[in-house]
Design a protein around this ligand. Structure first.
Ligand code: HEM
Length: 424
């Protein structure tokens, strides 16, 4: 009863504050009605909604695109400091357990946490990894790995789609991309989960410890890889980066952070994409359409990215006072950019709450963000999602939800932690 009363009290307190709701569990489980409310609120407030505590959010496709493309906004503060720098008491501004503050707490995100010119230099170094020629090579890996994982899937009872396919597939592809030998998949998955969860802020001492252990392990792994590639270079991304290291266009710390980013950016996101796609195909009654025509996989992935994207939001900070709609966003003020809300904006996506794998998106969704930080792995993620859906439909046509769908309770990443299915 106490839990119900507390939830009731929270509901009451947050009723008038939809921006703050995004960070609380009951609304995170289905954030889409909150996004709709925010789009409506923001329309009446010059395009920018504001929480009682001062957090600003943009929710329409137009306003999100404008902020992402506007060079007066960056991922750091105007003077280059990280927002809420934990080493700077003045900038943490209050209660460290406050979920709204935790949301913006920094972890080392390499490119994702850098503005130009460092961002431009590092991004250029990482780009060749994602060249189209490489993509075909990774597609072969994705097919082989998916085939092997599906061979091992039970055909006579329930199983978890996440641990059976959606998590190990991206781990294998990233391991190939980074050319990590003999990858220890469960350990790798554990690191990715701990570091990925930090995108939502570090909310407990236990998590802080797990995070520092995972980061230390990863640094060891990548430092070791650097040495091996220096002695015996290959075609992989680390070998290319070692070259840059030797030419002094990159530091060892930057290399390790970049490798770490590639690991976390491409793991949980892709897992969520596969999970959210299978869920939406079933909920909308279009799974059988995919089975009848596995060529629909690419459309289903694109529609999932619009309808229920793995990364729900990002944040930007104004580097000078910026007029946005009818409002001024003051220098060093943060703005949440609600990527997932943009995908449901009826101004650009007709009948937005309907999942339709045959939809022609005349305006592209923002699931991969936009502007300078547009996802480097977008083509890779699309390819992995497509291979997974196509092969699931061909190999397990009777696949259906069975048992529990356990959601991840996060604000930034959205997808299943476990997804019970069966295929008999
Ligand atoms: C950046 C989404 C898969 C590598 C981003 C951003 C988003 C995103 C929203 C930009 C965040 C911002 O603007 O603040 C996704 C989704 C994925 C996915 C939804 C899967 C469905 C991948 C994969 C890789 C990858 C597979 C590579 C292995 C990156 C990198 C960045 C990035 C390196 C940083 C780019 C920069 O800051 O310049 N991703 N991503 N992503 N993503 Fe992805």
């Amino acid at each position: 009863r106490i839990a119900v009363m507390r939830a009731g009290g929270l509901a009451l307190a947050l009723r008038g504050d939809p921006v703050a709701r995004l960070m609380h569990r009951p609304w995170r489980l289905d954030p889409y009605p909150t996004y709709a409310r925010l789009r409506a609120d923001a329309a009446g407030q010059g395009g920018v909604a504001r929480s009682r505590t001062g957090i600003r959010a943009v929710a329409s496709h137009e306003a999100c695109t404008a902020v992402l493309r506007d060079r007066r906004f960056g991922v750091r503060l105007a003077d280059g400091r990280m927002p809420f720098d934990p080493t700077d008491d003045a900038s943490t501004g209050g209660d460290p357990t406050d979920p709204e503050a935790a949301l913006l707490e920094p972890i080392d995100l390499s490119l994702l946490g850098l503005d130009a010119p460092d961002h431009t230099r590092l991004r250029r170094l990482a780009q060749p990894t994602f060249a189209p020629r490489r993509l075909e090579q990774y597609r072969e890996t994705a097919r082989t790995v998916t085939g092997r994982l599906l061979d091992a899937a039970p055909t006579d009872g329930p199983f978890d789609l996440v641990s059976t396919l959606a998590a190990p597939l991206p781990i294998s592809v990233i391991s190939e991309l980074l050319a990590i030998p003999d990858v220890d998949t469960p350990r790798f998955a554990q690191w990715g989960r701990v570091v990925g969860a930090a995108l939502d802020g570090v909310r407990s001492v236990r998590h802080a410890h797990a995070l520092s252990r995972a980061t230390a392990d990863l640094r060891l792994l990548f430092a070791d890889l650097v040495e091996r590639r220096r002695a015996d270079p290959g075609e992989d991304v680390i070998s290319q980066l070692v070259h840059a290291l030797d030419e002094e266009t990159l530091t060892l710390d930057e290399l390790v952070s970049l490798a770490q980013l590639l690991l976390i950016a491409g793991f949980e996101t892709t897992t969520n994409l596969v999970g959210n796609a299978v869920r939406a195909l079933h909920a909308s009654g279009t799974w059988d359409d995919l089975v009848a025509d596995p060529g629909l996989a690419a459309g289903a992935i694109e529609e999932t990215l619009r309808f229920d994207p793995p990364v729900q939001l990002t944040a930007r900070f104004a580097h000078s006072d910026v007029e946005l709609g009818e409002r001024t966003v003051r220098r060093d003020t943060g703005v949440l950019v609600l990527l997932a809300s943009a995908g449901r904006d009826p101004a650009v996506h007709p009948d937005p709450d309907r999942f339709d794998p045959r939809r022609e998106q005349t305006v592209a969704h923002l699931a991969f963000s936009g502007g300078a930080h547009y996802c480097l792995g977008a083509a890779l993620a699309r390819m992995e999602g497509e291979v997974a859906l196509e092969m699931l439909a061909q190999r397990l046509p009777r696949l259906r939800p069975a048992g529990r769908f356990v959601p991840r309770v996060a604000t930034v990443l959205r997808g299943p932690r476990r997804f019970g299915v069966r295929a008999d």
